[in-house]
Design a protein around this ligand. Sequence first.
Ligand SMILES: O=C(O)[C@H](O)[C@@H](O)[C@H](O)[C@H](O)COP(=O)(O)O
Length: 249
Amino acid sequence: MVSVHSYANSRDVADAVARYVIKHQNDALEKGHKFKIAISGGSLGKVLNEGLIANKENFANVKWSNWEVYFSDERLVPLNHEDSNYGLFNEMVLKSLRQRSVELPKVITIDESLLAADGSTDDKIASDYEAKLPESLDLILLGCGPDGHTCSLFPGHKLLSEKRRRIAFLQDSPKPPPRRVTFTFPVLFNSKNIAFVAEGAGKAAVLSQIFEEKDSGLPCELVNKGPVPVTWFVNDPAIQGVPVAATKY
Ligand SMILES: O=C(O)[C@H](O)[C@@H](O)[C@H](O)[C@H](O)COP(=O)(O)O
């Protein structure tokens, strides 16, 4: 099932994403286990900061110390590099939590000690991260690139048909940096919930392809067609002219 929630401004998108995240956090904690969430790069860090930290009401409801945070993809650079998705999460979320003396979530990163400048250990980094993944994630938060990519699964790339490995590596990402590790469809389709966050008029063309064309084959469309409930959080310009029935969350 795919649902779409749209808002006029970014603050409202962030608040809705935060309420949705907290709902799934509470569902996981009620079952007596840690909340296992995966996040992406792009503008998601800013959305989480606005919705879960700057919004005081939401902030009071987040049980950070009961979270396990994974990354749906990671660039193969040191964790303090400006391209690192962990680095972004650290900057946008963990730093604010440290400032507020909040007990931090458990954050599961790539093992940067395995990084080699020539990429010869990228396979090993992927296997190592795969071994750290839980069987099923409670929630995966994704972005949607203007070309329809999500995680580091790019249109037409051979990893779209990966059936065995749960974390794969690539050295030919069309978007820099070229070396990355990424969730594959087996991880996405074995999770409990997936949400996309996509904002700005620059997303309208690709969202129209994803929602209108029957078989665009774009990675985001393949996620929509999978077995997991998918929720899109967008702002109005992102779905301008896209024939979807958007509601409020
Ligand atoms: O790995 C990357 O190259 C980016 O992080 C990318 O995947 C990003 O998440 C999407 O392009 C969505 O970007 P926005 O979140 O800015 O819409």
